[in-house]
Design a protein. Structure first.
Length: 125
């Protein structure tokens, strides 16, 4: 059964472009192995992430996320059944400020300070 999980967490450190690049590379590898797709937004302080995949894969990912010391204040926003994938082509799409994309990450969708709240709202609705 396909499910969606949305959570928000606070970064424990300021994330540099290199740190974000490495985080995405690791997430994409892990998500690919678990048959998970999704979208991560980083607003300079908080992460908001939407992931989708088989229930047992989301269980494994959630357990791992709770142990990850790169973030804290992890809050589950929702976990619901899903009929289809919203991000079927991305093991992890990513949105943040253009200044954090110095490595030209594939799947990067820039946002600006004016529309970051709107992008987060789209993930959490």
């Amino acid at each position: 059964m396909l499910e969606r999980l949305v959570y928000r967490s606070k970064a424990t450190d300021d994330m540099s472009s290199l740190m974000l690049f490495n985080l995405l590379a690791q997430a994409r590898q892990k998500n690919g192995a678990l048959n998970i797709t999704g979208h991560l937004i980083y607003d300079g302080e908080y992460f908001t992430q939407w992931v989708e995949g088989p229930a047992e894969s989301l269980d494994a990912l959630w357990t791992s996320l709770l142990k990850d010391d790169r973030h804290c204040e992890v809050m589950l926003i929702s976990r619901t059944p899903a009929e289809e994938r919203r991000f079927a082509f991305w093991t992890m799409a990513f949105s943040s400020y253009s200044s954090l994309n110095s490595y030209n990450m594939p799947g990067f969708f820039p946002i600006d300070r004016e529309n970051v709240s709107e992008q987060i709202r789209k993930l959490t609705d």
